[in-house]
Structures are given as C-alpha cells and as structure tokens.
Write a protein that binds this ligand. Structure first.
Ligand code: NAP
Length: 322
C-alpha cells in the first residue's frame, strides 16, 4: 500500500502530482490556515506531512501514531520540537540552498530601501508633497563602500556577503559561533566578535536561525553598541531580536533605521509601533517569495518527503535529526 501524505497548504499541481505518483494524498486547498483540530484529525492516519511553519510538537505527534516524516517548505525549522521528533524517530526535512539567492536579494532590497528611504519617498511623491527640488530632507545614506556586519554567516549570509562585497564594494564583517576560513578567503570577509561587529557596522543583517541560544540575541545592550547612523536588518526570525528594545532604539536615535521582514508576531498587529515609524521599512515575511523559488522549495520538500517515506535518504534532513 502507498504511504499516505497530508499536505496542509496549497502547493503547485506539479508538486501534488509528483507526490501522488508515490503516495496517496489529501490536501488542504483553502487559502486560510487549516485549524489545528482539523489538522490533528487529518494526521490521525497519515504517514507523512508536508507543511510550512506549523508547530510540530508532542501533542501533534501523539495524535499522529503513523507519522514517520515531516517535510517543511522552509529552510528555517524553529517550528519543529526537535526533541519530541527525535524521541519518536520522526524524520524532519527542510529546503536549504534553493532559496539562498532570493532571500539575499531581499536583504539587499531592505538595505537599499532603508538607506535611500525608498518606501517613505514613494509615499512622498504619490501624496503630492514633491513641490520643490531635492532638498536636504530627502537625503539618505550610502550602501556602497559602507561596513556591513552579518550575524549568522551561513548559506544565505554568504549570498548576502557576495552581493555586498562584489556588487557594492562593502567592507564585510561576520559573526558565527565558528569561523569560516574558506568564506573569508573566497569572499574577502572578516570574522569579528559580536560586540566588535555591532560597533563597526553601518548595516547589521541578522541571519542566524531562531533557537534557544539566539532568542532575543539582539536587545537593548546590543543596539546601544551600534552607531547612531546605522541600520538594522532582520531577515531571520522576529524572535531573534527584542522588539521592544528595537522600538526604543529607533525612537531614541540609538540607531537610525530598521528594515524588517520578520516579527515576533506574524501577521504584525495593525497597531504595532513599527507601522507608524518612517525609519522602519516593513515587509510581510517574503524573503523567499518569488514564483520560481517558492516552486523549487515546494518541489524539494515533496522530494524529501517521498524519499523519507519510500526508504530513501532525503537530501535535506535537518541537522539535529540526522
Ligand atoms: P544556515 O546556513 O544554517 O546559516 C545559519 C548561520 O547562523 C550559520 O553559519 C551558523 O554558524 C550561525 N549561527 C547559528 N547559531 C548561532 C548563534 N547562536 N550565534 C551566532 N551564529 C549562529 O542557515 P540559512 O540557510 O543561511 O538560513 C538562515 C535563517 O534565515 C533561517 O534559519 C531562517 O530563520 C531565515 N530565513 C528567513 C527567510 C525569510 O523569508 N525571511 C527565508 C529563509 C530563511 P555557527 O553554527 O558556526 O554558529
């Protein structure tokens, strides 16, 4: 009998067809997120789950006695309770590499957008406020030749560094728990401690994955170390920073601006202070959201799942579950 798979979100027809060649499938076709009780019902008999961002915890695993593999259509897997999955021998897979360049492009878009005030000045033009020449009040900051600090120099971090070094001739520092001599040589980037990186950078880009160690890794003390003219970019996960501390730093002029794709709570509440701040560029978690990359991610996630359920070795099992 074919293994059974539940797909908890809309995916391209080609992706569904690929899974259906090897497994029996049931899909949630609605645009809304499947309610948790219904998801648990669907998983009562499923061998595999194709998902994106749904919390995979002990309760869900207990209610899914046949479940063998969970494949997420994302590179981040902070929604996996890794210990609970390990305890039950669940294979967990994700989608590294296929989104690196797309997410790196967005990090650069946030750097350029904040530095040159793109969204703010777009509103300025469209609201008919452009009545005289380009006065001092429209000035921004240079990205080219500025100093960039990357926290979390992994696959996406390296793609950001490549753009920054070779496209914008930036001076690039990075901070990881471990040094990457190969990247230093290939990209001409320099390793720095976190404090040194924060103090020296004109732009800081957060790209470390969310974990117990990185939760609120950047807070009040860290923002205080940054230059008053610097800009903080978060493309990782909202909870890697202390949002209240970032709001305070922006209000008090501790730093000059922020470009954000991710938030503590998503979607961001309509009354959130960021939404009223001209020096904050806000995007709705679209780092990997291009048609091609989202297709590639969904197909890779499908291949991972089929492989896990048919006796193969998926190409992208998450590191902690290998
Ligand atoms: P990756 O290749 O695993 O790189 C992560 C880097 O972070 C590694 O080099 C790692 O180096 C470093 N790191 C991990 N823990 C750290 C810590 N405690 N302190 C300092 N550095 C630490 O991951 P990736 O593929 O580049 O993706 C990075 C993250 O981007 C994902 O986890 C996800 O959260 C986020 N993301 C967001 C979007 C979006 O739509 N906005 C899209 C894709 C990805 P060491 O192990 O040496 O410390």
């Amino acid at each position: 009998m074919k293994p059974s798979v539940f797909i908890d979100r809309k995916v391209p027809e080609e992706v569904k067809a690929y899974i259906a060649e090897h497994c029996s499938i049931d899909c949630w076709e609605d645009e809304t997120t499947i309610p948790r009780p219904l998801l648990l019902d669907k998983l009562a008999k499923a061998d595999g789950l194709l998902t994106s961002g749904r919390r995979i915890d002990s309760e869900l695993l207990e209610r899914s006695p046949n479940l063998k593999a969970v494949s997420t259509i994302s590179v981040g897997y902070n929604h996996f309770d890794l210990q609970a999955m390990k305890d039950r021998g669940i294979i967990g897979t994700h989608t590294p590499y296929v989104l690196d360049d797309t997410v790196a492009d967005l990090a650069l878009a946030l750097m350029l957008g904040t530095a040159r005030r793109v969204a703010e000045l777009d509103r300025y033009v469209k609201e008919g406020r452009w009545t005289s020449g380009d006065g001092v009040k429209l000035f921004g900051r240079d990205v080219h030749h500025a100093a960039l600090g990357i926290i979390g120099m992994g696959r996406i971090g390296e793609a950001v560094a490549r753009r920054a070094r070779f496209g914008f001739e930036m001076d690039v520092l990075y901070y990881n728990r471990s040094r990457k001599p190969e990247a230093e040589q290939k990209l001409g980037v320099r390793y720095a401690g976190l404090k040194e990186l924060l103090a020296a950078s004109d732009f800081v880009v957060m790209l470390a994955p969310l974990s117990a160690e990185t939760t609120r890794m950047i807070g009040r003390e860290e923002f205080k170390l940054m230059k008053p003219a610097s800009i903080f970019i978060n493309v990782s996960r909202g909870r890697t920073i202390d949002e209240a501390a970032l709001i305070e730093a922006l209000r008090e002029g501790t730093i000059a601006g922020a470009g954000l794709d991710v938030y503590e709570k998503e979607p961001i509440p309509a009354d959130h202070p960021f939404l009223k701040m001209d020096n904050v560029l806000t995007l709705p978690h679209i780092g990997s959201a291009t048609e091609k990359t989202r297709f590639d991610m969904a197909m890779l996630a499908a291949q991972n799942l089929v492989s896990a359920l048919t006796g193969g070795t998926p190409s992208a099992i998450v590191a902690e579950l290998r």
